[in-house]
Design a protein around this ligand. Structure first.
Ligand code: AR6
Length: 189
């Protein structure tokens, strides 16, 4: 699986899945969440409301992920995840890593071959750029290594079709942090 980092606007990415750094309400917000809703059009908010009415009446838990169509985005699907909010005392990096692993689980179940991630947690939720990058890269590479290892102990076989993960960063500072994390961590898959 290829893992790369670029600077850009994730709403313009031509990939199967764009990941959204949402909040538990799934009903929109600022940052990349606001940009994705603006670019996808009002049908995205309606799809999120439907998730709340049906399978997620209490919202999406931190570290979890759920899919909707991409509507007016170039991407086919949006996978929404919720990062831990450091300002609310959620400082466990494992929860941030879970956002990336669970998003890839959902993307793989959709049959996606390419996934773009923003720097989940590195905006409003207060994660330092270097730590956010280290956690993100470690989680994605760990997921790829596990996916390459075949069926999970529970017997569930993971589709191994994701060939590209691209981190799409809004600022040069974040791009540097992700480039350093990618260079510093060995490619395990
Ligand atoms: N493309 C790529 N990255 C972007 C874009 C874009 N179009 N727009 C912003 N970013 P944040 P969080 C970067 O705050 O920290 C929302 O209100 C941004 O510069 O979007 O997980 C949600 O509803 C930053 O580096 O996500 C939640 O309430 C990164 O995306 C809360 O913010 C993530 O910043 C989630 O906070």
């Amino acid at each position: 699986m290829r893992v790369e980092a670029v600077q850009g606007d994730i709403t313009r990415e031509r990939v199967d899945v764009v990941v959204n750094a949402a909040n538990s309400s799934l009903l929109g917000g600022g940052g990349v969440d606001g940009a994705i809703h603006a670019a996808a059009g009002p049908a995205l908010l309606e799809a999120c409301r439907e998730l709340r009415r049906t399978v997620l009446p209490e919202g999406l838990p931190v570290g979890e992920a759920v899919a909707t169509p991409g509507f007016d985005l170039p991407a086919r699907w949006v996978v929404h995840t919720v990062g831990p909010n450091r300002h609310a005392g959620e400082t466990d990096p494992a929860l941030l890593g879970s956002c990336f692993r669970r998003s890839l689980d959902v993307a793989a179940d959709l049959g996606a071959t390419s996934v773009a991630f923003p720097a989940v947690g590195a905006g409003v939720y207060g994660w330092d750029a270097d730590e956010a990058a280290r956690v993100a890269v470690g989680a994605v590479r760990g997921w790829a290594a596990a996916a390459g290892a075949g069926p999970e102990p529970g017997g569930r076989s993971r589709p191994g079709g994701i060939g590209l993960v691209r981190f799409v960063l809004f600022s040069p500072r974040l791009l540097t942090a992700f480039d350093e994390a990618l260079g510093a961590q060995p490619d395990r898959a």
